[in-house]
Design a protein around this ligand. Structure first.
Ligand code: HEC
Length: 159
């Protein structure tokens, strides 16, 4: 927060944004954000690991719990692991070309107002990295091509 306030003092100065983007980390920015907006439904002990979730998706959906995202390792499954792109598909605001104008179904949880959701999405996108915010899966599906190694290499997700 202090860091953000300091940078907002610099707002208007062209250097403010790149500095902030480079500085986004899991520990300082992403974990607190997810804790606030997502952990009600995505944290242990209620929420299963992704592997467990996949075993009984219907049951978990009924209970309104999603897979755990409350450790760095669990979260990365949904970004550049086995469920690659899930994080981006669910949180995109619909502006990614592959989203075809439709926001992901978790986007609404990013805040109560458009401005709050946009600000939080920006933090997450900066963290994932320029060119790393890809909605593709490991394998092609429908008209969506498989993720390429070049796309995967752009993912930053600094701890
Ligand atoms: C009110 C409960 C609730 C909240 C709050 C919530 N989620 Fe979810 N989430 C779910 C449920 C239930 C599912 C599984 C059903 C589905 O796939 O839509 C899910 C699925 C997901 C998936 C897809 C997992 C997969 O199967 O590939 C991602 C990614 C995700 N959520 C991220 C988030 C993030 C990030 C936040 C916070 C901004 C969030 N969710 C907030 C309930 C919630």
């Amino acid at each position: 927060m202090i860091k953000l306030k300091f940078l907002s003092v610099l707002a208007g100065a062209a250097i403010a944004l790149p500095v902030m983007a480079a500085d986004v980390t899991y520990r300082a920015d992403v974990e607190p954000l997810l804790k606030k907006y997502c952990y009600d439904c995505h944290a242990a002990p209620d929420a299963p690991s992704m592997a467990e979730f996949k075993l009984d998706e219907a049951k978990y959906k009924k209970e309104k719990v999603g897979p755990r995202t409350d450790t760095y390792e669990h979260l990365l499954q949904l970004i550049n692991g086995k469920s690659t792109g899930a994080f981006m598909r669910r949180l995109d605001d619909g502006t990614n070309p592959l989203a075809k104008g439709k926001p992901g179904n978790m986007y609404k949880y990013l805040g109560d107002t458009d401005a709050e959701r946009a600000a939080n999405l920006k933090i997450l996108k900066d963290w994932v990295g320029e060119g790393g915010w890809n909605l593709n899966r490991m394998s092609a599906r429908g008209d969506v091509p498989a993720l390429t190694k070049e796309q995967m290499d752009k993912v930053k997700v600094k701890y």
